[in-house]
Design a protein around this ligand. Sequence first.
Ligand SMILES: [Zn+2]
Ligand SMILES: [Zn+2]
Length: 343
Amino acid sequence: MKLYNQLSNDQQKALLEEAGEDRLTLSFYQYFKIEDPKVFRDELYKVWDKLGVLGRTYVANEGINSQISLPAPQLENFRTHLYSIDNALNDIRLNVAIEQDNMSFLKLKIKVRDKIVADGLEDESFDVTDIGVHLKAQDFNEMIEDENTVLIDMRNHYETEIGHFKGAITPDVDTFKQSLPIIEEDLKDHKEDKNLVMYCTGGIRCEKASAYYKHKGFKHVYQLEGGIIEYTNQVQAQGLENKFIGKNFVFDERRAERISDDVIAQCHQCGEPADTHVNCRNKACHLLFIQCDKCNAEMEGCCSNECKEIIHLPEEEQKKIRQGVEHGNHVFRKGRSGHIMKK
Ligand SMILES: [Zn+2]
Ligand SMILES: [Zn+2]
């Protein structure tokens, strides 16, 4: 039996369309001890492949971090299996996406990694189970109104650019790893007097960050339970005030979920209000950036004139250009922003 996806994205899309099934996009994570991540990964792959699960999952000695979609009718089977794998997974929260899209994921990828979130930290140096207090949406709303609260967005600049909580500090960082020491330095004088309240997309980054800041001497550390996704679900279910403005960036084909009607970002090419992320159509570039509809049409989905020229070359020549180009990073980085231009 093959334990890897063999289909191309287009083949997979066609299959999903043909199936015509409603799919659910969801995410979950858990820090717990996995003795043999490779064996764990293969077992998971076999079961999930049968259930029709697609998406991206990281497995490490420290736990599991999973963003997936599955046929809606398989939810109970999926849940029953997941909860039975290990006590630590029994009853864990599944973060169901705010905006559903059957094409959110096209492949099943389960990868063994050193960490389930790249944090750059040595685990041995502190107790990762000594985490901050979880806040539900209602308590979170109250807490962030307190003048003694500092609200921190634990995500990266390209995520906070299109949406964040009102009044949050949004560090100008490319990675989670970078944000940890920067925030610590900025708040070092407030370890005892301020409430440190943090949030991220689904909560996993705050699990690590809150333990880290407690270890660093912060006395009042809180985190939004289940992140922006669970917050929005609770706000909608309970009719609470929504304090999140704009879009929630997500790491799948949907790119983002709209949470409020506010458009808080600008097109990287013309500066007009826009909050749609696109990948540059030049596959050798693939830069993720914000582009308005007008620029998208004018630039044919490209980030620069250079890329626009390349997409009109014969495919064979484009392939040559792609050779040797690294495809690992699909995300707009500040260091590359000079590359985006129209004229
Ligand atoms: Zn524009
Ligand atoms: Zn480009």
